[in-house]
Design a protein around this ligand. Structure first.
Ligand code: CTP
Length: 414
């Protein structure tokens, strides 16, 4: 599936000699599937671990491994100038040293010198090599110069030693690449709070009340906001999915915990995107011990529920006092009269936007990859978003929020 932030982006992927080279093939494949144009530059030692053919097969593009090519005499300049991002993964200690000191003895090193785009490196090395003062000094120097780093991760290395030096996994590296590409997006410099997932309301130490929310729409919103360059805080109930790289994660359990975390986070935020499925009620009493069957005198057991706080209503009250967050977007998950209920919630909760969806449809709403929403705005406008991936819905919603923030800023300027 293509990913907007990667679509038609030119990525030069430098691969240097490490056993982690095999992961670079997977990365090149993932980037290509997401729509990026990947030009691989292999060093000679990388070519001993993986062949140009491996990369050629997954990218469908020529692979570069030689500085001296009679047909293309300034290949390094061409590659470097055309790139949106230069990624070096895996990056060996040797290559970090070359980059730090401006050495230029192979096509990749020369390309890195010629490139004007951001550089992201994913170090990979064994034993104490990463911790060595020489490598650490090189890393510091490169960071000071604005080079972006992904990892290295901790874990078991090829030698059997355990330590810091493993290349991060391709899926995670992809997240770092998205962050690097999104840095100057429409939400650059903005703080966005996203909520996702269900809340869990304990009944006793082993049971809770919850709902069917998977958290996917919220995660997609967080990813879309990151792609747009925002600093993202994700206040999330229990969700089983991997979190987007780069979010600040605030895990919560109950609605009350979520309320406290959201009110704290939005105090300095530009926007709140409230996708969480917050439980409206919680057990009035939480039993200290596991409730036994015998507690009920009949076959029925009644649990009294107490009303949970309405988080958006409290955000509205806080916004009226402090002005933050500047823009709020909520969701209305409905099984009937979706538009009427949606409009009512938009007003009652003082939202700028509400994304209304009919969760009774099998292809939209809970626990599926797709969604179909109607976006209602406080200014009365209405945008229909037909059935599409939650990622595509999220991108459009984030774009509306970004436009609205931009309008507010330009009103303030005038
Ligand atoms: N929401 C909230 N606090 C709650 C319940 C919901 O902030 N206690 C937020 C949701 O995250 C969503 C919006 O309010 O963005 C609408 O949620 P929804 O469950 O559709 O509506 P409710 O306010 O719970 O109203 P009802 O249950 O009557 O449909």
């Amino acid at each position: 599936m293509t990913v907007s932030i990667l679509l038609d982006k030119r990525i030069v992927l430098g691969v240097t000699g490490s056993i982690a080279c095999y992961k670079a093939v997977d990365l090149a494949s993932k980037l290509t599937q997401a729509g990026a144009l990947v030009d691989v530059v292999l060093t000679e030692s990388a070519g001993r671990f993986v062949t140009p053919l491996s990369f050629r097969s997954v990218t469908g593009r020529p692979v570069h491994d030689d500085l001296w090519n009679l047909d293309d005499h300034v290949r390094h300049v061409r590659l470097g100038e055309a790139a949106d991002l230069l990624v070096i993964a895996p990056a060996t200690a040797q290559t970090l040293a070359k980059l730090a000191h401006g050495l230029a003895d192979n096509l990749l090193a020369v390309t890195a010198l010629a490139a004007r785009c951001p550089l992201l490196v994913a170090p990979a090395m064994d034993g104490g090599m990463y911790e060595h003062p020489a490598t650490q000094a090189n890393v510091r120097l490169l960071r000071e110069r604005g080079v972006l780093f992904a990892g290295p991760a901790e874990g078991r290395m090829a030698s059997g030693l355990v330590g810091t030096g493993r290349m991060v996994e391709p899926a995670e590296l992809l997240g770092h690449i998205r962050l690097a590409l999104g840095r100057n997006g429409p939400l650059a410099g903005r703080r966005v709070v996203v909520t996702a997932g269900p809340t869990e309301e304990p009944v006793d130490p082993v049971r809770f009340l919850s709902n069917r929310s998977s958290g996917r729409q919220g995660l997609a919103l967080a990813q879309a906001a990151l792609d747009a360059g925002a600093q993202v805080t994700l206040v999330a109930g229990p969700i089983g999915e991997a979190l987007p790289v780069g979010v600040e994660h605030v895990p919560v359990g109950t609605a009350v915990e979520m309320r406290d975390a959201v009110l704290a986070a939005v105090a300095r935020a530009d926007a709140l995107l409230m996708a969480a499925a917050v439980a409206d009620f919680r057990p009035a009493q939480v039993a200290q011990q596991k409730i036994k069957k015998t507690v009920a005198e009949t076959d029925d057991l009644a649990i009294t529920l107490a009303r949970n706080p309405d988080i958006l209503a409290e955000v509205k009250a806080q916004k009226e006092k402090s002005g933050r967050p500047l823009v709020t977007l909520g969701f209305a998950a409905e099984t009937e009269n979706a538009l009427a209920y949606g409009r009512d919630k938009l007003e009652r909760k003082g939202l700028n936007f509400i994304a209304v969806n009919d969760v009774s449809a099998a292809d939209a709403g809970f626990a599926v990859e797709t969604n179909r929403v109607i976006l209602l705005s406080a200014d009365g406008s209405r945008v229909e978003m037909p059935l599409q991936s939650k990622a595509a819905v999220a991108e459009q919603l984030v774009q509306h929020v970004a436009d609205s923030l931009e309008t507010l800023s330009s009103q303030q300027r005038n």
